[in-house]
Design a binder for this molecule. Structure first.
Ligand code: GLY
Length: 345
């Protein structure tokens, strides 16, 4: 720790103690803030976010607001029909309908916006940002979210591509041997339930933070199911005094620990981003019921967390080995995430 930072922390704690004497109990409970000063710009994202971190950092270098930069970054994946985990081309629910979730937080204004089970709009990240900017609410869902988007001029479109429709038809045909759909041979892997999602967390050189997560959610989900992505505090979270964090993978397991929020809280207490992500994954394991564990105690699912702090330090961690995307201000690319369990062959 540098002298200036320790002095700053000491002064911060002393100031907080003095202020606490004059505040009601609820305010006294707020923990000390360990990271206040800014450092360098950085962006961290899931493994499908190499183009997203690049785009976000280009925009941040031009002075674009961190949330606007983050939206432009994740929109690349939302509009990419080959990414079956996000936006247009995302895999549908069990009825063949694509329902999208997204949420975002803007550190400087301390605001949040979200949409869940949004149909017919390719870029839920933009709709979540509109909820953040123009309403007194945080989350809009389903038909209401769609009408809200249409009121801003979004066009309603079919989000199924020929390929994602074919994947769904194959899944429907093969999901059970006793139903009335004839099985399609040689397509067994498609019975699996892919999860994807993109999370992007960014900071500029002034220490202004934002986070965003957008997804088509769990493939073949029960209609109306919303995962962690649209929930501020779970799928993503930003505290402009500390850092930003977000997640991809099995959303239900993240919701149970409020993982975006928890990861930022770990950083508030002084943990580096990758350590904070790992600590959150340990909490996930502590709350995982036996039905989601293999006989050897390892999770049947995967989950990742990504984090950046106000200084521009970043990291990621996964239950099983995974790669994540990051840009440190000079170079972007894929890196190895920390992990809890080695995959067994
Ligand atoms: N993490 C994405 C989802 O569970 O929907």
């Amino acid at each position: 720790m540098s002298d200036s930072l320790s002095r700053r922390r000491f002064l911060g704690a002393a100031g907080a103690a003095a202020a606490a004497a004059a505040l009601p109990d609820a305010a006294v409970a707020a923990p000390a803030i360990l990271v206040r000063r800014a450092g360098r710009a950085a962006a961290v994202s899931s493994g499908n976010g190499v183009r997203a971190v690049q785009r976000a950092m280009e925009l941040i270098a031009q002075g674009t607001d961190t949330l606007d930069a983050a939206v432009e970054g994740v929109k690349i994946q939302e509009l990419d029909p080959t990414d079956h985990s996000v936006g247009y081309g995302g895999l549908p629910n069990e009825m063949g309908v694509v329902q999208l979730d997204a949420s975002c937080m803007h550190g400087p204004t301390r605001r949040a916006g979200a949409v869940a089970a949004l149909e017919g709009i390719k870029t839920p990240s933009e709709v979540a940002r509109l909820v953040l900017k123009y309403t007194n609410h945080i989350m809009l869902v389903g038909e209401g979210a769609k009408q809200f988007a249409l009121s801003f001029g979004f066009k309603e479109e079919d989000l199924l591509t020929p390929e994602s429709r074919q994947l769904w038809l194959t899944w429907r045909a093969n999901r059970g041997h006793e139903d009335d759909w004839l099985d399609v041979p040689d397509t067994e892997p498609l019975v699996k339930r892919p999860t994807g999602t993109i999370n992007l967390d960014v900071v500029n050189a002034k220490g202004e933070l934002s986070s965003i997560t957008t997804t088509s959610g769990l493939a073949w989900k029960i209609p109306g199911r919303a995962g962690d992505s649209p929930i501020p505090g779970a799928g993503q979270y930003t505290d402009n005094d500390v850092g930003a964090a977000g997640s991809t993978g099995r959303g239900e397991s993240n919701i149970m620990v409020c993982g975006g929020f928890l990861t930022v809280e770990h950083m508030r207490r002084g943990m580096k981003p990758a350590d904070a992500c790992l600590e959150t994954l340990k909490r996930v394991m502590a709350t995982t019921p036996p039905r989601l564990l293999e006989p050897n105690g390892r999770p049947k699912f995967d989950l990742q967390f990504y984090a950046v702090n106000k200084l521009g330090e970043f990291g990621a961690a996964s239950l099983y080995p995974a790669r994540y995307a990051a840009h440190d201000g000079s170079q972007g690319g894929l890196r190895d995430a920390a992990f809890l369990f080695q995959r067994q062959t």
